[in-house]
Ligand binder design. Structure first.
Ligand code: ZN
Length: 337
């Protein structure tokens, strides 16, 4: 099969009409005063681009244009076609390299960052942890949290009950429990990075018995024992600082940090491990794990009612325990324990 083409010798601009064909591993090219026979692997044949003629680039700078793109493709042996395409010249190669780079970056973000955050979290001294929580309280008490309306005696009962509970191996008691109220956050409890637990009046009032409150505290202690909030904060800070450095403003980031942390949900894995911790701790103290399921169900119902009242208000995204996509799954899992 012979095709027609236009040949340029690379020295003069003159176009030579030629015919060409592939014979074995060689390209034959003939025209008036021209006869070339070149091994295919010495040629560069860029991949098809739009509707432009196909190009054959010779090592000595000569080139040949072939208008009949389809017959040209038929003429090239499939393996030779990809081999001579010249991997380093191909934008497919560039695309693949870019994909690999992106995958590596994503891998570092998904696996490397949590790994480093965990190591750093274990090295944060407790004195620094206390300071971190003081910062959080200073900020939260001005914004989302109000003083608790619970009687001192009621708070003391809950704290005493928690102190009496035995800890599972590796468990850590909260640095302190702080009672607050928050119409904005509704029925909620959460652990701060330094190891304090914030218990909101709304949750205490929602619970039908103290075992449900202890179940929530046990769940939060699961987060504290594994330093979930601290690890999450460290991860968010690395990403946040990188962004702030890029944007050039770190101060606004630091001011927003507490709110950002509250808005960041724990991962499904964190929730599961905190649930497992809580179930173990409750059982070891003669309390059924289903108490946590019970209160989760009530929290879910309470927050759903609120969310329908105030359609998708941003504050409603701020709770760890409720309106969580996995709440249903968590409840079923706890009931099965
Ligand atoms: Zn949780």
């Amino acid at each position: 099969m012979w095709l027609t083409g236009v040949y340029y010798d690379g020295r003069q601009a003159r176009a030579h009409p030629v015919t060409l064909c592939v014979e074995g591993d060689n390209l034959l090219l003939q025209g008036r005063d021209i006869a070339r026979r070149e091994p295919l692997n010495s040629l560069k044949i860029p991949p098809p681009l739009g509707s432009t003629p196909r190009l054959i680039l010779f090592a000595d700078g000569a080139r040949c244009e072939v208008a009949d793109r389809r017959r040209f493709a038929d003429m090239l042996p499939q393996t030779a076609a990809s081999a001579v395409a010249g991997m380093e010249n191909s934008w497919w190669y560039a695309l693949a390299a870019l994909s690999i780079t992106l995958c590596l970056l994503a891998g570092a973000y998904v696996f490397g960052l949590p790994y480093v955050a965990r190591i750093v979290a274990d090295r944060v001294p407790s004195s620094l942890a206390v300071q971190i929580d003081q910062q959080f309280f200073a900020s939260l008490d001005q914004t989302l949290l109000k003083p608790s309306g619970l009687e001192l005696r009621r708070r003391q009962t809950i704290e005493d009950a928690l102190q009496r509970l035995a800890l599972p191996p590796g468990g850590a008691r909260p640095d302190r429990i702080e009672f607050r109220s928050s119409p904005e956050l509704g029925a909620n409890a959460f652990a701060l990075p330094g190891g304090s637990i914030v218990m909101l009046d709304e949750l205490v009032n929602l619970a039908d018995n103290d075992q449900e409150i202890l179940a929530v505290l046990a769940h939060e202690m699961g987060h504290i024992s594994e330093k979930h909030a601290l690890r999450q904060m460290l991860q968010a800070s690395v990403v946040g600082l990188a962004m702030a450095w890029y944007i050039g403003d770190v101060s606004s980031l630091l001011a927003a940090a507490p709110t950002v942390l509250l808005q960041t949900r724990y991962s499904r894995d964190f929730e599961r491990s905190a649930d497992t911790f809580a179930a173990e701790m409750l059982r070891a103290n003669g309390i059924p794990a289903s108490r946590l399921a019970d209160i989760l169900q009530k929290l879910e119902a309470a927050h759903q009612a609120e969310t329908t009242q105030i359609a998708a208000k941003s504050a409603k995204a701020m709770d760890y325990l409720s309106s969580h996509p996995n709440t249903e799954e968590r409840i079923n899992r706890l009931r099965g324990m």
